[in-house]
Design a protein around this ligand. Structure first.
Ligand code: NAP
Length: 263
């Protein structure tokens, strides 16, 4: 039986400058992997990488790449491979979740959300394939969401479409890439305390907390542990799958179901 030797692994995390992606980058760095994290701005990404390296003693580098720009995404993957000599894991995590009621939604709003979350994820996976083929194996872990694949939320219909779309993509990609020893899976976070979530306001956060059976919002680290498992050697026989990490939020059939003793 063998266990993953993270010190031999090189991991690229998109959207690693803050929030869930930063939590993922930190956990891989603490585990001994070489980590490249990305954001739109190279300086901000380098700053986040330096902070994580200081905190963990790990090997962390930062890259600037806007996921809306296919050339930048190609360069991001090539540079991650160059800096660490190989590339084994892609965490396609970057995403945006602006609220917009359907009646006010413009074509530009739709393009923006689908462009970053869905098209950007597909571009990132495609860009990493040559490096993973050279490595002889690969792990792709997408950060989807419960919103879209499992639940709906008024004001986030375009976001839900982008997150459900990621799962359609992952099933086709998993089949295409299985012969190359590249697995493609997704985590579906519930409500996780990040700057992006904080921006939705205190009322949103307290309503959400009340609907989570374990009684708290998620932390980036909760998602990172699930991502690290799907990225491990131990998960070699898992592909095309999803793992919900939501504190049980999608389990109750109504708010009444959260009260003990309710029939
Ligand atoms: P966040 O705190 O807002 O961080 C978003 C990250 O994505 C940042 O690192 C940001 O980097 C990057 N990013 C945004 N637009 C980008 C672009 N055009 N190109 C490249 N990078 C870009 O968000 P989060 O809450 O951590 O969410 C991360 C992922 O988890 C998203 O896919 C989101 O849909 C998903 N998710 C979050 C929750 C939650 O409760 N927080 C729940 C379910 C799913 P820069 O700003 O530095 O460019």
């Amino acid at each position: 039986m063998t266990f993953t030797r993270w010190e031999n692994r090189s991991v690229l995390v998109t959207g690693g400058t803050r929030g869930i992606g930063r939590g993922i980058a930190e956990l891989f760095a603490r585990s001994g992997a070489a980590v490249a994290l990305t954001g739109r701005d190279a300086r901000a990404a380098a700053g986040a990488a330096a902070e994580i390296a200081d905190a963990t003693g790990g090997r962390v580098t930062g890259l600037g790449a806007d996921l809306r720009d296919p050339d930048a995404v190609e360069e991001m993957a090539a540079e991650a491979e160059r800096r660490h000599g190989h590339l084994d894991v892609l965490c396609a995590n970057a995403g945006i979740f602006p609220e917009k009621p359907l009646r006010e939604m413009t074509a530009a709003d739709i393009d923006e959300v689908l462009g970053v979350n869905l098209r950007g994820s597909i571009l990132a996976v495609r860009a990493c394939l040559p490096a993973m083929e050279r490595a002889g194996h690969g792990r792709v872990v997408l950060t989807s969401s419960i919103t879209g694949p499992t639940t709906g939320y008024s004001g986030w219909s375009h976001y839900g479409a982008s997150k459900a779309g990621q799962l359609g993509f992952l099933r086709g990609a998993a089949l295409e890439l299985a012969p190359l020893r590249i697995t493609v899976n997704a985590v579906l976070p519930g409500n996780v305390r990040t700057e992006g979530l904080d921006a939705l306001g205190e009322e949103y956060l307290s309503r959400m907390t009340a609907s989570i059976p374990v009684g708290r919002l998620g932390e980036p680290e909760d998602i990172a542990h699930a991502v690290r498992f799907l990225a491990s050697d131990e998960a070699a026989f898992i592909t095309g799958q999803t793992l919900t990490v939501d504190g049980g939020q999608t389990v109750p059939e109504s708010l009444d179901a959260l009260s003990p003793g309710t029939p």
